[in-house]
Write a protein that binds this ligand. Sequence first.
Ligand code: NAD
Length: 82
Amino acid sequence: MFHRLHLAEELINQKARVTALDLDDNHKSYFFLNKLDRKSRFVKADINDFRSLHKIVTRNKIDLIFHLAAVSTVDKSYDSPL
Ligand SMILES: NC(=O)c1ccc[n+]([C@@H]2O[C@H](COP(=O)([O-])OP(=O)(O)OC[C@H]3O[C@@H](n4cnc5c(N)ncnc54)[C@H](O)[C@@H]3O)[C@@H](O)[C@H]2O)c1
């Protein structure tokens, strides 16, 4: 489960100014282990929180968003489908 991390890495390699957002700042993830946080900006936030999201987008002058946030583990969706 790494799709978003490889996309972030590729965008960074292409010299894009990347802001990565996630609920979780897991320092054992590919993102942090490969030090992508040093070449981009990481923000811990919930995409359901519109106010925070609006601030992040305007403050960082973001003009393109790739939305890949997901609860991709099937077990969790059985327990909490919504
Ligand atoms: N990995 C695959 O093989 C695969 C295949 C097809 C499609 N996808 C889709 O691609 C997307 C990304 O895949 P991935 O492999 O990076 O998944 P992943 O599970 O590794 O990452 C999803 C991330 O979304 C975050 N997240 C969940 N809810 C959030 C919220 N409310 N606010 C902020 N962050 C939130 C989680 O913390 C998690 O780190 C997902 O939509 C997934 O369904 C993945």
